[in-house]
Design a protein around this ligand. Structure first.
Ligand code: PHE
Length: 446
């Protein structure tokens, strides 16, 4: 993304929203909620968004805007000769792992557009859909082709910096995805036996409370807001001074939360109505959605449209992940943008292939009893993002001079003095304490 390429004030905000909303909301949220007790997970996800997510998002936006730089550059500018910038470097490794992981699932989504186009899902039973999915992802070649196409699209957008295109996608197509999910929600309300799904998603059963649920919910809050690796520092560097950052951060968090919840409503009643286990894991969306649509008139077209829009939502997120890497090499080492995009995406793609094969020919490779794919997911969402986010909190609260932070906060929100005070207490004490307690408690009880 080149500077000033965003055509309107709203452009960068739309792009940041597009970066936040993606597979995390529609694919990951439902399966994590399914594996972690539904209502309890939702409750802690929302609490984590408010107590930690929004404060971190606002902090990284402020950091990006006050310096106009990527994460590493920004921390080096504010605290030269210190080690803080290493958090940005850790973010680069995280981004590399996340992009490889993200591309695997995005490739499945592209594959499902194709399969829906061939009409493969009509008349398939649930068992067949489940088998089909397992068969597809275990294939050593087909998913990799789709993952390759997805990676090329991501690299292409980042190399030419077509931010106008991103804005347009975020502006026009995302609302259509939103409407399609709403439509599925309405359908879910009428499903026989769907009530159990609503109860599962909205009723927190405290007798099942475990620290692992809280940790996963916190990880989900970080993942769905794209915070902890430095992506939002870059978007922050494009936000204009007259923009109210608290409002922007709040709006992004609410949008992300609403889309996750709506995706949950589209999926859980159907799960219970059709007898699919909520613990189906990463396969959940790919089994449920085709089945929901196969029971509707015009369902095969709707399946194509759904996976197409989800693919675009994934693309507006994947470009933000690749941009973490590219912006670093372009800004810090003056590497040519095109070259950086091609080389970095190629290296990432090699890792994507290994992750993808972990569902097939490499499925015996297990570390701590988890496949490499699951392990990477756990490592990124539950460890790297929270630790990265914690360091950003500490950096904004204790290293950026308070006066500079306050001016940056108030520059688009002159009457926000009271809000700044609340934000200040949160980032100095409450938010970091929450992250530390959840992480420590998880270590102790594991
Ligand atoms: N928030 C994105 C999603 O929900 C994923 C993401 C995480 C993107 C971290 C960038 C950084 O799909």
């Amino acid at each position: 993304m080149k500077k000033d390429n965003f055509s309107s004030r709203l452009g960068v905000i739309a792009a940041a929203t597009g970066a936040a909303v993606g597979l995390g909301n529609v694919w990951k949220f439902p399966y994590e909620a399914g594996q972690n007790g539904g209502g309890l997970f939702l409750l802690f996800y929302i609490l984590c968004l408010i107590i930690v997510g929004i404060p971190v998002l606002v902090s990284v936006f402020l950091l990006g805007r006050t310096t106009g730089k990527n994460a590493v550059g920004a921390m080096k500018e504010i605290a030269p000769k210190s080690w803080w910038y290493l958090n940005g470097i850790m973010g680069l490794f995280g981004a590399f792992l996340l992009l490889a992981f993200y591309t695997v699932v995005s490739g499945w989504v592209l594959g499902y557009i194709y399969k829906a186009g061939l009409g493969e899902f009509s008349n398939e039973s649930l068992a067949e859909l489940g088998r089909d999915f397992a068969f597809f992802i275990a294939n050593p070649i087909y998913p990799v082709i789709f993952q390759g196409i997805f990676m090329i699209l991501t690299a292409w957008i980042i190399s030419v910096g077509v931010t106008k295109g991103i804005e347009r996608v975020s502006f026009i197509l995302m609302p259509i995805l939103f409407i399609l999910i709403l439509f599925m929600d309405i359908n879910a309300i009428g499903l026989d036996g769907g009530g159990k799904g609503f109860r599962f998603l909205f009723y927190p059963d405290f007798s099942k409370l475990q620290i692992s649920t809280v940790l996963s919910a916190m990880g989900q809050a970080f993942f769905s807001l794209s915070i902890g690796l430095g992506a939002m520092v870059i978007y922050g560097s494009y936000i204009r001074k007259k923009e109210n950052i608290l409002r922007t951060g709040g709006e992004i968090a609410v949008t992300s939360m609403v889309i996750s919840m709506l995706a949950g409503i589209a999926i859980f009643p159907a799960l219970f109505a059709y007898g699919i286990s909520p613990k189906a894991g990463p396969a959940l969306l790919f089994i449920t959605i085709p089945h929901v649509f196969s029971n509707m008139a015009g369902g095969s077209i709707l399946s194509i449209v759904f996976f197409f829009l989800l693919g675009l939502a994934a693309l507006t997120s994947s470009i933000s992940i690749l941009e973490i890497l590219v912006a670093y090499f372009v800004q810090e080492f003056k590497v040519n943008r095109r070259k950086a995009s091609i080389i970095l995406s190629f290296i990432t793609f090699c890792l994507t292939v290994i992750f993808s094969w972990s569902f097939g020919i490499l499925s015996d490779w297990k570390v701590f009893g988890k496949s490499i794919f699951d392990l990477t997911d756990y490592l990124i969402s539950n460890i790297m993002l929270p630790i990265g986010g914690l360091v950003y909190l500490l950096f904004t609260a204790y290293v950026i001079p308070k006066k500079r932070l306050q001016e940056e906060f108030l520059s688009g929100f002159p009457k926000g003095g009271g809000f700044f005070k609340i934000y200040w207490v949160l980032i100095r004490y409450i938010s970091p304490a929450a992250v530390v307690i959840i992480l420590l408690q998880s270590i102790i009880s594991s």
